[in-house]
Design a binder for this molecule. Structure first.
Ligand SMILES: *[C@@H]1O[C@H](CO)[C@@H](O)[C@H](O)[C@H]1NC(C)=O
Ligand SMILES: *[C@@H]1O[C@H](CO)[C@@H](O)[C@H](O)[C@H]1NC(C)=O
Ligand SMILES: *[C@@H]1O[C@H](CO)[C@@H](O)[C@H](O)[C@H]1NC(C)=O
Ligand SMILES: *[C@@H]1O[C@H](CO)[C@@H](O)[C@H](O)[C@H]1NC(C)=O
Ligand SMILES: *[C@@H]1O[C@H](CO)[C@@H](O)[C@H](O)[C@H]1NC(C)=O
Length: 316
């Protein structure tokens, strides 16, 4: 899958979060829930080494900040003791706290999962979970213990209905909100631009003008930029951006983004305005150019991970 490998950048951030054991306490998560907040991508590992313990019930919540709408998960290790109906040890990842009771078990070694993810193409093995909260839970008994789980996750963007798209396969050009300079952008305007450069090139985007409604977490009107990718590496028409590595988080107000440089040769630009037509502003105008790649190669191993910034979350 050569086209996938350039999605990734090599900047990694490592954060170690312990299991705090705070939050709610009931029969689903008697020892509480550990919150993972403000992370837009990361790697989740439990336990960090060795095997998980006896009689454990650990719960985590990954908070999905607005205007993002969910997360995608890829498994890199899944070794949970197998029993009928998973009544021994069980792991669950779900968008509903109540559904944490229904988990999965079984053993898929890292080698097998790497083989499987590579065979399918990383994006086709992505498990999608929608909503503003994603819960993880591991429950174990006191018999056999295995090495647990390792997953990477990336936050999911909203995307407009198909048809509201522009595809630009040119080495330089300009994009803007409609009637830029003479009118404010319209309400309910949702559009995605795909900027495509030749293989081996990178894309640079410069903002000449930027004026959007300011709102908390940019929930109302925003512009966001991610790397684009082929959902199925064999079908180049199936291009997407909602799970691509984040180049610019949703932006609003007059905080004009700095220059954006892609790692790969395909970029997804997404503009969204809400239905309130009394709060539309001037909009944005940007130019883009592509140039030959400066960084030579990104290691093949990182192509299996969708992350720009890699956060390791472990628990004691
Ligand atoms: C985790 O988040 C939930 C929901 O916002 C909150 O009720 C709980 O107190 C948080 N726990 C910790 C340890 O911050
Ligand atoms: C695990 O829980 C079972 C049932 O409650 C108990 O009999 C056993 O002693 C516990 N084992 C450990 C190692 O805590
Ligand atoms: C992609 O194409 C390769 C080679 O033609 C094939 O082996 C592979 O199964 C295809 N992958 C998918 C997901 O269709
Ligand atoms: C863009 O077009 C050129 C030929 O004009 C082609 O070589 C290149 O692969 C195309 N890029 C993408 C991403 O489709
Ligand atoms: C639109 O935004 C304005 C200014 O924030 C606000 O006063 C008004 O209530 C909003 N209208 C709707 C329909 O939400």
């Amino acid at each position: 899958m050569p086209s996938l490998k350039r999605i990734f950048s090599i900047a990694h951030i490592f954060v170690v979060a312990n299991f705090l054991g705070k939050g709610c306490c009931d029969d689903v998560c008697p020892h509480g829930v550990t919150n993972i907040t403000r992370e837009i991508s990361g790697e989740f590992v439990y336990p960090s080494s060795g095997t998980y313990g006896a009689n454990e019930t650990k719960c985590w919540r990954i908070e999905v900040p607005k205007p993002y709408v969910g997360i995608g998960i890829i498994y890199h290790r899944f070794e949970i003791e197998e029993c009928l109906d998973c009544e021994c040890d069980t792991f669950s990842a779900t968008d509903s706290y109540e559904d944490l009771r229904d988990g999965k078990c079984g053993r898929y070694s890292p080698d097998y999962l790497n083989y499987y993810n590579r065979l399918q193409g990383t994006m086709s093995t992505l498990e999608e979970l929608d909503g503003q909260n994603v819960y993880l839970r591991l429950k174990t008994d006191d018999s056999i213990h295995h090495s647990g789980i390792k997953i990477s996750f990336i936050i999911k963007s909203d995307s407009p209905d198909s048809g509201q798209q522009t595809f630009l396969n040119v080495s330089s050009g300009q994009i803007s909100t409609p009637k830029f300079g003479s009118k404010n952008y319209p309400a309910n305007f949702d559009w995605e631009w795909y900027l495509l450069a030749s293989e081996g090139h990178q894309i640079e985007i410069k903002f000449e003008s930027f004026e959007l409604e300011q709102s908390e977490q940019c929930q109302n009107d925003y512009l966001e930029i991610r790397e684009a990718y082929y959902q199925d590496p064999n079908l180049s028409e199936e291009i997407q951006g909602v799970f691509g590595a984040v180049l610019a988080r949703p932006m609003c107000g007059t905080d004009s983004p700095r220059e954006i440089h892609s790692a790969g040769n395909m970029v997804w630009v997404h503009f969204h305005s809400d239905s309130n037509d009394t709060t539309t502003y001037k909009g944005f105008k940007a130019t883009f150019t592509s140039s030959e790649s400066r960084t030579l190669s990104i290691s093949y191993a990182s192509s299996l991970v969708i992350l720009v910034s890699l956060i390791i979350v472990t628990a004691i």
